[in-house]
Design a protein around this ligand. Structure first.
Ligand code: XIL
Length: 312
């Protein structure tokens, strides 16, 4: 199939999330990953529980392997993610004092960002910090550190790698929603306060039949703040069983999101949350849904791949 990475405009990258297990075990997986994409995000390998299983004891094996693969294949690395309400190591607990929690968060961010300094194109500094109504999501960090933890995270990351682009990332914000309105307000206020927020990532985990409302207009209003935007985790899950019609409808949604990105001059990248149905997270997280990717289990292109090619 035509290589997406060769067809993209030079200022926009096409990426995929990378499954660490297949990266090690499957040559076909590596082949498609390297020929189709010029950006990569670790699906799990850079999350906190994986990197620091025990206090102060880091395991860099999976993330190093991922970064090395990307470099060997001319792929930009999108770091995901430094701070999340989910995936907090079990050894960090609510019983800690705010001072202890702040110190461990700072240490984590500085350690990880420093290790990959110069090798990372952009970091998701904070992931999913908003609630559906657009207010800040309840989390360990918010409860113990208050709302300033977000700006602090950006400052620490910037200190550790001044050249990395720093993103705030969320889901349910790719269309015009209350949550997206809240994200817009948050980005404005963070930047007004001097926090080094360079970009906004829109996950875009879409369900067939529920397209985001005015994705292009929504991306534009963020771009108007002076930040970059990116589609960071695109997939389109289909209610099973699959039919030909559903795959064609899915293709249109993929194409729609690519169009939205290409229509906004500061859209830096569009990243798919995995490229093959064989390794998609959807099967285990959304019972009754599947087939969310642009390649099937056999790494053959689906209509969605063709629709992306057609748009480029
Ligand atoms: C998911 C991974 O795909 C799964 O393998 C893992 O079990 C849970 O996390 N939003 C995010 C991603 O920011 O990190 C999530 O990735 C999907 C939703």
């Amino acid at each position: 199939p035509p290589a997406l990475r060769d067809l993209m405009p030079s200022n926009v990258r096409i990426g995929s999330a990378v499954n660490g297990q297949l990266l090690t075990s499957d040559a076909r997986y590596r082949g498609t990953l390297s020929s189709q994409f010029n950006a990569v995000t670790a699906e799990n390998a850079m999350k906190w529980t994986i990197l620091e299983p025990r206090p102060g004891v880091y395991d860099w094996s999976a993330s190093d392997q991922f970064v090395d693969f990307a470099r060997a294949n001319g792929q930009a690395v999108y770091g995901h993610t430094l701070l999340w309400h989910s995936n907090i190591p079990v050894w960090i607990t609510e019983s800690w004092s705010p001072e202890q929690l702040r110190a461990v968060l700072r240490q984590h961010i500085i350690t990880v960002v420093s290790r990959y300094r110069g090798k990372i194109w952009a970091w998701d500094v904070v992931n999913e910090v908003l609630a559906e109504d657009g207010s800040l999501r309840d989390s360990l960090w918010l409860r113990k550190l208050g709302p300033r933890y977000i700006a602090d995270a950006f400052r620490w990351a910037h200190e550790a790698d001044p050249d990395a682009r720093l993103f705030i990332n969320d889901y349910g914000t790719e269309g015009r929603t209350r949550k997206a309105d809240g994200l817009l307000r948050l980005v404005k206020s963070l930047r007004a306060g001097g926090a080094p927020v360079h970009g906004v990532g829109f996950q875009s985990h879409i369900r067939l039949g529920s397209p985001p409302k005015d994705a292009t207009g929504n991306l534009r209003r963020f771009a108007a703040l002076g930040v970059s935007v990116a589609i960071t985790e695109l997939d389109v899950r289909v209610p099973l069983p699959i039919t030909t019609q559903k795959l064609l409808d899915q293709a249109l949604l993929y194409q729609h999101m690519l169009k939205a990105c290409l229509a906004v001059s500061t859209c830096e990248s569009i990243t798919l949350w995995g490229f093959s149905d064989v390794s998609s997270w959807i099967g285990s997280h959304y019972p009754g849904y599947g087939a969310a990717c642009v390649f099937n289990d056999e790494f053959e292109p689906k209509p969605a791949h063709g629709a992306l090619v057609q748009e480029l």
